[in-house]
Design a binder for this molecule. Structure first.
Ligand code: SF4
Ligand code: SF4
Length: 328
């Protein structure tokens, strides 16, 4: 059974990591994959926590650097230079965190379950990785945790677009009874059903898959596959055959993602930190701890079950949802 270590004080990070084999990190160049914020968002991981991770890795004689990738939509993070400026503005400077900050804009094709994902060049090169994940809600996947940190954040903007577009719905007119259920459940009001027509607005659709799950007549299917499945596969493309340690911060748990300028409100009180060597186990443990405090909060607020990414992750061999929680 996978170990997941829970602790409330970030100063106990080194102790928590002691439950895992960290000797292999000695002498290795280690990207620390994290989100360094978006203009207007105030919930992203803090530079102070990044600095603590950097110090722990340096004490293991590793050579860490902070790492993230450019995004597909317009704005500061669309280019590597723009993202670097934003990261510096959010406090992620070399002086503050104790290492370089690297933003990737290119990737290397990696096949998982028959589909190709472009893994960020520096992640692909590395043999050892560290994931610093801020756990929060997400409008398309319910929750964003370690799987999403790599699945969306570890790949190029071309693969990000591919994952978003591939999970949009494809309508099968012949099977539709115009019952209207899909329009009722769509969190983004992207579907309208009248007495004689089914209408769909591609621009506002986020590919969350709620309509696909809700249609009892199989009149909607994914253009390619469920986004949470594609995310799990994309995460596997990033981490397969590597030694990876995961730190998840369960604090400032907002409704939306760190890339959303209007991510609030906070939907769950601060809980603490988790460390593991398995992305599926740490996401399952994050979800369980949050559900203990605020039952089914992501389903209630974002209308999407985050359990799907955990289930898919387990199915494709990304990790195990079975874990033993060790409290420090
Ligand atoms: S839920 Fe299915 S059958 Fe009902 S209107 Fe939507 S697509 Fe048609
Ligand atoms: S995939 Fe989600 S956002 Fe898109 S139409 Fe279906 S329910 Fe609405």
């Amino acid at each position: 059974m996978t170990k997941v270590v829970f602790f409330a004080d970030a100063n106990r990070l080194a102790e928590a990591l002691g439950y895992f084999g960290t000797k292999g990190f000695s002498g290795k160049t280690v990207p620390i994959k994290l989100h360094m914020g978006e203009r207007g968002n105030k919930y992203f991981p803090r530079p102070e926590l990044a600095h603590q991770v950097v110090t722990v890795l340096q004490n293991l004689h590793a050579e860490p650097f902070l790492h993230d990738t450019t995004v597909a939509y317009s704005g500061a993070r669309h280019t590597a230079l723009g993202y670097l400026k934003l990261a510096h503005g959010n406090g992620f400077t070399k002086e503050a965190v104790g290492c370089e900050v690297v933003i990737d804009d290119t990737g290397v094709s990696t096949v998982v379950d028959g589909r190709s994902y472009e893994v960020a060049a520096h992640l692909k090169e590395a043999t050892h990785l560290f994931a610093l994940t801020h756990v929060k809600g997400h409008i398309q996947t319910g929750m964003g945790g370690a799987i999403k940190n790599f699945g969306m954040g570890g790949v190029t903007k071309e693969t990000k677009v591919q994952i978003h577009h591939g999970s949009r719905p494809l309508y099968q007119k012949d099977a539709c009874t115009l019952c209207g259920v899909c329009a009722e459940v769509c969190p983004f009001e992207s579907i309208e059903v009248t007495d004689n027509a089914w209408k769909y607005d591609k621009q506002s659709c986020f590919g969350c898959g709620v309509c696909v799950d809700a249609c009892a007549n199989n009149a909607i299917r994914y253009k390619d596959a469920d986004m949470q499945y594609l995310l799990a596969c994309s995460a596997k493309a990033c981490v397969q055959d590597k030694d990876v340690l995961y730190l998840s911060e369960l604090k400032r748990i907002a409704r939306g993602c760190d890339c959303d300028p209007a991510a609030g409100p906070i939907i769950c009180p601060d809980i603490g930190y988790l460390v593991a060597d398995d992305p599926v186990a740490i996401d399952q443990a994050s979800l369980d701890l949050i559900n203990e405090v605020k039952p089914q909060v992501f389903e209630k607020i974002n209308k999407v079950s985050p359990l799907k990414q955990i289930k898919y992750g387990e199915e494709i061999g990304l990790g195990s949802s079975s874990y033993e929680l060790i409290e420090l």
